[in-house]
Write a protein that binds this ligand. Structure first.
Ligand SMILES: [Cu+2]
Length: 384
């Protein structure tokens, strides 16, 4: 039977040595502090030199010599190409055909048939910056916007024209994922149906493992489900899918592919609305003075949220989290759209002008997640 520790005799001999023990411990602690201090100094010096070289590199980039469109409200050149772009970036941005953000009408009938073909394809994600996606034939990334009305049935046919298995996961569906969202082998196609019973704006994406890689490679899009009882009528409706890109190299001489380490570390090279940096700065979305414009925003990630904000306006109606079954919030400034989530915003702008819409996490603006809503025909440009 073990005795109580307080009564064990072997504690006694320890006491005479305790002062020596503490001396040794203090000495070791002193050495440790010195060593840690040394490494801290080295890390500081290293960080400072890499920061200096980074700012030196930034000053050397062709982008730094361009006369960018400047917005006094954001204190940034709106088309600030923080990533590496070629000399003729601005001309390439002009020549780029923007992703059509306008929401298309709901198809008639109870059944809406949607067909998508996944294909390995090279797309541009910023001026002159090419990326090898696994994406949607005819669209790139994001995929086509699906627009239905609450109560309609979606019949989804996924054709895998790529080299590896893929799948499609609709956040708007209540369905057994092991059946409907299963992997489809290259060359195969698969059809499933779901009833669009919940109004909102939802993400869809490839759910094949590793999902981080499949989403980062461009396999995502938005589905808008109108409520059975319509929302207030508005003048313009646009869909914006926010996402970020992690590049293996700059993508200028040859297409970049995914850098999985950057994706895990959440250090994107570019962030975008509808797959291409700053595209609506060069090719603004439009409205007339007095119009109310509705934005359906999805943050596809794969990992980063989007903090939606319109410079010079307020979100007059904000259906946070895309919940269209409750009244919206009113007159709010910035709303978080979480990765894998969506939200709907109505913005009324009376005065003609150029109104930037951004993710107000400003690193995202610098990396390309910014666009302009051009209200009326304002004089001059953002570089006035
Ligand atoms: Cu996939």
């Amino acid at each position: 039977m073990a005795s109580h520790p307080a009564t064990t005799p072997y504690h006694k001999p320890v006491e005479p040595d305790s002062s020596a023990f503490f001396k040794v411990a203090a000495m070791l602690l002193g050495i440790l502090v010195a060593v840690v201090g040394f490494f801290a100094l080295m890390m500081w010096a290293d960080a400072r030199s890499s920061r200096d070289s980074a700012s030196g590199a930034a000053a050397d980039t062709p982008a730094a010599t361009h006369d960018h469109a400047t917005d006094h409200n954001t204190a940034l050149p709106l088309n600030s190409f923080a990533g590496v772009v070629p000399e003729n970036a601005l001309a390439l941005a002009e020549a780029h055909k923007p992703y059509d953000a306008a929401l298309q009408p709901v198809p008639a009938g109870d059944l809406v048939k949607v067909q998508m073909t996944l294909k390995d394809m090279t797309v541009e994600i910023a001026p002159g910056v090419k990326y090898d996606t696994w994406a949607f034939d005819g669209h790139g990334a994001p995929g086509p916007v699906v627009h239905v009305r609450e109560g309609q049935t979606v019949e989804m046919t996924l054709k895998n024209g790529g080299a590896i298995p893929h799948s499609i996961d609709f956040h708007a569906a209540r369905i057994a994922p092991n059946i409907a969202f299963k992997d489809v082998m290259p060359g195969d196609s698969f059809t499933f149906r779901f009833r669009a019973g919940d109004p909102g704006v939802f993400m869809y994406h490839c759910g094949t493992k590793p999902v981080l890689a499949h989403i980062a490679n461009g396999m995502y899009g938005a589905i808008v489900v109108d409520p059975a009882k319509p929302l207030p009528a508005v003048d313009n409706e646009y869909v914006l899918v926010a996402s970020e890109w992690y590049l293996s190299d700059d993508g200028i001489k040859q297409p970049a592919s995914l850098d999985m380490a950057k994706a895990r570390a959440m250090m994107p090279d570019w962030t975008t609305f509808n797959g291409y940096a700053n595209q609506y700065v060069t090719h603004p979305l439009t409205a007339k003075p007095g119009d109310t414009t509705r934005f359906y925003v999805v943050a596809a990630g794969p990992t980063l949220d989007t903090n939606f904000h319109v410079v010079g306006g307020l979100l007059d109606r904000a259906w946070v989290n895309g919940d269209l079954t409750n009244p919206p919030q009113n007159g709010v400034q910035t709303v978080l759209v979480p990765a894998g989530g969506g939200a709907v915003f109505d913005v009324r702008l009376d005065e003609k002008g150029l109104y930037p819409f951004v993710s107000h996490a400003f690193a995202h603006v610098d990396l390309g997640q910014v666009g302009l809503l051009k209200v009326g025909n304002p004089k001059g440009t953002m570089s006035h």
